[in-house]
Design a protein around this ligand. Structure first.
Ligand code: ADP
Ligand code: MG
Length: 712
């Protein structure tokens, strides 16, 4: 009989109420189970012992046996430090403590064999070890100690309160002793066999007390597989359940608007990728289940037309649609663009943003509720409770990464009710949802983050686009860059010059922008040259006015902060200059670059930087110069920043994995997903006896919320 792992941690030998409290608060460890799942961050290889005369500068941690022969307190600028002279048969070195001196002085004995372990410094020809891990040689030998020592996650508070790594290890040992290491298996025999996984008890023992690297890597593989497997299982189940449970509004026909537009007003031939994606959307909309689809497509891949044609399908079936964008500029642009595209169709479109006047809002609210408006475009303003649709059938969110799950679920509630057979009104039926993003991420990662969404990808740019040429220039080459701009303008082209915008130092950025603007104005004097400027401190109406001037070609140069980052479309602009490019993240650089290369002309992106570049900035700049492929760039970005940062906090919960890493372990992830799918296709209700263990584990995890909830 195995121990109940839900036992509170207070009951474990060596813990007690105070420590239990600390463990709860600092590490979220409440139960035996939580503790066993506290996996080490790293391991120290303690198979080796060093002699003092073998020490090398800049080596990693070393382990030495010796005795303390003297203590000394040394005054320093603030307070004092405790220095012990440590001796073995080959020489002496110093052990140094800056904190906890009283306790150390009292508990360490002179002339007694100790084992010390830690990093050494070399100073004035003498090695020293600050805050060594120190233990009596006799205890060291008596301990159930493995050769590879686990280092557990910790916090300052824990170490200050005496829960050192050694204490943590001891507590973990107690857990294994008390439970005799009898942990229940959590995967089926079949999965273990097919994937050559070691058993759960063996894996747990070896993750905490590995005897060697090989045992450790087997343990890691098994535990990562398990973690990813259960997440995938949950995602796939959720998706299956959604499809069954959530009734969708049936869009049964392809009607007049769609056909008319397709036959007579389509401004260009759709790419194959656009056609494929439209088919995917159409089959969702016709399926009588609610669509929840993510449309990924690089900047300029033509997501807007796909959005429009989906909207037309909604209208043809008697429903309204809305399109939400993260910024005012982008909403206005979508509005103008779609009004233009639909000018020969009889469609009623309105724009609603934060700066819409009260009277306009009222009118829009009324039109919407009466069903006299077909399409509403706008910002977050669409989410307000006052905005009620008569029968919203499709909601599209552009640039999904700017919105959270919460906003998506708000849109859900704006769907219409229907009359039920018994004559009563149903609860609102959620509209179909299409979210679009130009921040592409690798498919496997997308699956684990947006697991509740189906995914469509536009992986092809419209024909005739020339690859944008990207170069890196240092600040002192600015005059040459200006000459280049002049030549391009002489050819009739337009130019963006973008300055960084960082929230914390908005003031400074504003100054940079204005200084830059002045120097550009000097080199590009009116009336020959006209310059627009757009930044975050301007009123939306003024921003819009300047954007429009540029879009109409009345100005040749647009000086701006990153407010133009998303979606802005001026096909005649062919040069993008990014100032202080080292201050931008990769995906931002890619987004900015995507503002050019939208017309037929050869386009250029010039990344201006100072000479001082960190390794990380160098990689970003190089990547930009080497490739235009958004997916490739996204992969580099993920490696540089990690998925949590790339995806934003809204989605990072799911990335909060215990042992696996969705990027580094993407092979295991794919593997785990494959097996989860296999399992559910053969045994959808997990009712076969051999899968009982999986069902049980899954239920346990759900019960104790060890599985993440993806969407409200
Ligand atoms: P994004 O995916 O970045 O939102 P857009 O929808 O704004 O891209 O499209 C970028 C540009 O490409 C627009 O000017 C649009 O008119 C044009 N475009 C889109 N699809 C095609 C196509 N199939 N053929 C030619 N041009 C296209
Ligand atoms: Mg777009």
């Amino acid at each position: 009989m195995s121990t109940n792992l839900q036992t509170p941690i207070d009951y474990l030998k060596g813990v007690g109420p105070n420590r239990a409290d600390l463990l709860r608060k600092e590490l979220g460890i409440h139960t035996y189970q939580d503790l066993i799942n506290l996996f080490p961050n790293r391991y120290l290889d303690r198979t080796q012992y060093y002699k003092i005369n073998q020490l090398q500068p800049n080596a990693s941690e070393v382990q030495i046996v010796g005795k303390i022969i003297k203590f000394e307190e040394v005054a320093q600028k603030r307070g004092k430090r405790l220095v012990a002279t440590f001796k073995d048969e080959t020489g002496t070195m110093e052990l140094v403590w800056f904190r906890g001196q009283k306790w150390i002085r009292e508990s360490l004995k002179l002339n007694t064999p100790y084992v010390i372990f830690g990093k050494t410094n070399l100073f004035a020809n003498k090695f020293s070890m600050p805050h060594p891990d120190i233990e009596l040689l006799s205890e060291h030998q008596a301990n159930l100690r493995s050769n590879m020592q686990a280092i557990y996650p910790s916090t300052e508070k824990l170490s200050n309160k005496g829960i050192s790594n050694r204490v943590m290890t001891k507590i973990m040992q107690n857990l294994f002793l008390e439970t005799k290491g009898k942990f229940a298996e959590t995967l089926s025999k079949n999965l273990l066999k097919e994937n050559q996984l070691i058993s759960k008890p063996e894996a747990l023992f070896n993750i905490h007390f590995p005897q060697n690297q090989e045992a450790l890597s087997k343990a890691k593989f098994r535990l990562k597989f398990e973690e990813l497997f259960y997440i995938q299982l949950q995602l796939i189940l959720k998706n299956l359940i959604n499809k069954k449970k959530i009734k969708g509004l049936p869009f049964d026909k392809v009607g007049e608007h769609f056909n008319n537009f397709y036959k007579h007003h389509l401004p260009f031939e759709l790419t194959n990728a656009q056609k494929r994606v439209l088919k995917e959307i159409r089959s969702d909309l016709g399926s009588h289940a609610q669509m929840n689809r993510l449309l990924q497509g690089d900047v300029g891949s033509g997501k807007t037309i796909v959005a429009l044609m989906s909207i037309l399908m909604a209208l043809d079936n008697g429903y309204q649609a809305c399109l939400m964008a993260p910024t005012e500029i982008l909403s206005v642009q979508h509005y103008n663009g779609l009004v233009e595209l639909c000018k020969d169709l009889k469609i009623r479109i309105k724009l609603l943003t934060g700066s819409s006047k009260t009277s306009e809002r009222k009118e829009i609210h009324n039109l919407l509720e009466n069903g006299e408006l077909d399409l509403l475009i706008g910002t977050h303003a669409l989410l307000e409770d006052k905005v009620k649709f008569k029968n919203l059938g499709l909601a599209i969110i552009d640039e999904q990464h700017r919105f959270g799950v919460k906003q998506r679920s708000k849109l859900w509630k704006k769907g219409p009710s229907i009359i039920l057979e018994n004559g009563e009104q149903s609860a609102p039926i959620p509209p179909h949802i299409l979210v679009m993003t130009a921040t592409p991420i690798p498919r496997t990662l997308a699956m684990s983050i947006y697991g509740d969404l189906d995914i469509s990808i536009i992986d092809e740019l419209p024909p005739g686009r020339q690859a944008i040429k990207t170069v890196h220039r240092y600040d002192n080459n600015r005059l040459k860059v200006f000459r280049f701009i002049r030549d391009e303008i002489a050819k009739g082209r337009q130019v963006y010059i973008v300055y960084p915008l960082i929230q914390e130092s908005a003031q400074m950025d504003y100054k940079d922008l204005m200084d830059g603007y002045e120097s550009i104005a000097r080199d590009f004097p009116a009336p020959k040259y006209q310059i627009s400027i757009v930044h975050g401190q301007m009123k939306p109406a003024d921003k819009d006015f300047e954007m429009q001037r540029f879009a109409k070609g009345e100005t040749q140069i647009m000086v701006a902060t990153t407010v133009i980052e998303v979606g802005v479309n001026v096909p005649n602009a062919s040069v993008m200059i990014i100032e202080s490019a080292e201050r931008f993240g990769l995906s931002q650089l890619h987004q900015l670059r995507g503002r050019v290369g939208r017309g037929a002309a050869q386009s250029y992106c010039i990344l201006m930087t100072s000479h001082k570049l960190s390794e990380n900035s160098k990689t970003r700049i190089q990547t930009m110069c080497q490739t235009n492929d958004g997916f490739e760039i996204a992969e580099v970005d993920l490696k540089l920043r990690g998925p949590g940062d790339v995806m934003g906090t809204q989605q990072s919960g799911v990335l909060n994995l215990r042992i696996a890493d969705v990027v580094k372990d993407s092979n295991i992830l794919q593997h785990a997903r494959y097996w989860a799918k296999q399992l559910l296709s053969k045994d959808p209700s997990l009712s076969h006896p051999e899968n009982a263990v999986i069902l049980n584990t899954y239920r346990q995890m759900a019960k104790f919320k060890n599985i993440w909830n993806y969407i409200s």
